[in-house]
Design a protein around this ligand. Sequence first.
Ligand code: ADP
Ligand code: MG
Length: 393
Amino acid sequence: MKRSIRDLVGLEGKRVLLRADFNLPMNKVGKITDTTRVVSELPTIRYLVERGAKVIICSHLGRPKGFEFRLSLWPVALILMKYFPGKVQFAHKVIGDEVAKQVESMSNGSILLLENVRFYKEETENDPEFAKHLASLADIYVNDAFGVAHRKHASTFGVARLLPNAIGFLMENEINTIEEAIKNPKKPFVAIFGGAKVQDKIKVILNIAKVADSILVGGAMAYSFLVAQGHTIGQSLINAESVSSASQILDELKTMGKRIVLPIDHIAYNLSDKKMKPFQTEVLSGDMVGADIGPKTINLFEEEIGRARQIVWNGPLGKYEDEKFKAGTFKIAKAIAKSKAYSIVGGGDSVSAVKQAKCDKLINHISTGGGASLKLMSGEDLPGIDVIQEKYI
Ligand code: ADP
Ligand code: MG
């Protein structure tokens, strides 16, 4: 078990470098569209502020190449100022004399938000000198950026090795919830997978299959499984690699004696019909492209969900971004929300779909990390967690 901020004593006056995940979604003109990630970070920040720590917050935003004005964290500083009036300052740099001076002038219980750490290429290179500069700003390092826990970057990994460290509340909650669901699942445990890339999800499907009672598969990835089983799928989205991944999974599931449930009907469109009018089909062939699960499949999945005591869901069941093909994903989101099962949803698109379907409040755990939650569910080690000290040493 990793050391948490609860285990840190004597925080008064200590400089704490908090790695947060303020990678907020933005629209085309760079306006922040959702502040959930800031709100989720408030308990950790409050805990540190209330104990008189000097809280230096570091985060990335987007994937800048050098300094990019539209990816500045300044708008996030403005959001923080609303929650901590009079306590927040912004640093236009991440390292250097200017920042060091700002840190020196911090009073106990105040906050300094550093500029976007990815403005420095040294961050993603996990540059040791850069990590040293970061470490020099603080006495203690706290990692609460679950969304990037699978990255071996200077601010998520390098710096952690140079300072006494701990995880924050958000990270602790993610680890405990996901690990518990995999180690001690409530039965029947139904896992639902969708989305586009089977290759990216082999490990997670197989690891969850070890403990799940049934695996439901929809979305584009279902077509790779259908092809692997010898069905025709028309022009639906597949590639050679995804089909071979799907057959590998099918073989292993067979050996494990696990049940996989694939779509029995689809909402499809004709490739040559530019209007893309949706229609239902049992069997896909010719120019037809499967873009959502059909009504019979929805019923079938709903029955499985109704029997479940635990559900893990990753990956939309259709092209949910398109009004015509969102019904499958939204109906399954609603069924999960309504069910009595303990539910976990992970993955960037899946979480976004659940929110759009207005089901997020009824899901037990919405993971804040896409890639990170999949890795954790796969039973893989995440560098950003691994590097943190154990609770008892
Ligand atoms: P997550 O981010 O939740 O892990 P993925 O990124 O794996 O999910 O998959 C989401 C993408 O999969 C969406 O962009 C969605 O449009 C696409 N998708 C799902 N089903 C289909 C389909 N039948 N055909 C094409 N794309 C699909
Ligand atoms: Mg995605």
